[in-house]
Design a protein around this ligand. Sequence first.
Ligand code: 5AD
Ligand code: SF4
Length: 440
Amino acid sequence: MSDKATTVHIQTYGCQMNLADSRTVETLLRNAGFHIADGIEKADVILVNTCAVRDSAEQRAFGKLNSLSRWKSEGRIIGILGCIPQELKEDLRSRMPFLDLIVGPDDYRELPRLIDERLGLASDEPAYVATRLSRSELYDEILPHVTGDVSAFVTITRGCDKFCTYCVVPFVRGRERSRPLSSITAEVEALVARGTREVMLLGQNVDAYRWESKSFADCLSAVAEVKGLERVRFLTSHPQDIHVSLFEVMAANPKICPYLHLPVQSGSNRILGLMNRGYTRERYIDIIEEARALVSGIALSTDIIVGFPSETEREFEETLELAEQIRFDSAFMFKYSVRPNTKAAKMPDDVPEPEKIRRLEKLIAQQNGISRQRNKAQIGRVDEVLIEGFSPKNNKWLFGRTPDFRPVVFSPNGEGPGQVIKLRLTELRGFTFVGEHIIK
Ligand code: 5AD
Ligand code: SF4
């Protein structure tokens, strides 16, 4: 351990799991005596937590790291964390020779030691590589540092065993494992004691949660019982593992927000089979019908991939038709991107790039229309908004969300972050609502 406190700055790319992991890394480093800085200028160590889910995410991370390499001349050390190190390991040394540390998602406990050792070395030494995958690492006892955030992430599972044929996650985040329920509720209690009002339970596939005899529905109800917590959300669900007991628990417990992110990926049964998703379009529709019947006002979102190997125009249209039939409140839509090691990487990537772009644009245009219509239908509604902070666009206004995750900005009347207030949704600006106080 160095005598002067070393300062570390972390930048994060990718999904909510990465955001939560960066918080874990911060806590690990603070516990070892490091300081965490918001800006690069004061940092001795710059860490970039990266995503490998699509080639575009990887290119963004490489671009960022290359632009950071100029800081090296000032004697700093630079490290890459997350999914790209796990995928590329030692190969990163030649791709980005300025790197000092290459650390994958299960090896973050090594960081304090690696940074200390590295700080004493000449800057042209080859990077240290720590990319051991673990069957058990959960960073379970690493409780987040005081944040005061109104809404906080809590990881409940790590890894994924589903091996969808396009997906790199099982290779870079390893086998699926669940945290003990008691430590999840202990973390939520600690967060609530520091001011958190909402938690988002995170896992690649939360429905696979299993701890002793407890299922994900049990986990959700246990978390919802934590005193002082206003709201519980969760991300991401999987149609293969989701169970009707989840909807029953959601319906019975007003603290569990009526919002479900259930990736469908494709509307074609042949493509779903090639993707190894383990359900059909008909089964997916049944689940959505069950959710809508049991959880009143539930908002639905999804992920969709277009241009998977061998996807025909007709099969793409089946995806369009499914999205039109279900009418998701929102969707994250992607072009298929070949990922190394995956099964799909052995299939010919035969949908030409301009065709992928055309399909993606068509799907996005259709979905934006549906999202807008569904949002418009909410105008006039009165709902409870949990205030998360100030509006990013206008710092005199506050920003919050309805239980079904719709963003709302409004001019405050003495309220502040952490409070729940009733507002009328009066207007839409893009995909954000303007809220007004109710005059009695
Ligand atoms: N190409 C395109 N999209 C992908 N996703 C995962 N892997 C790929 C890939 N190789 C999308 C899926 C997943 C979301 C997180 O990213 O839709 O649900
Ligand atoms: Fe990837 Fe499929 Fe696991 Fe999601 S469920 S992380 S898409 S392998």
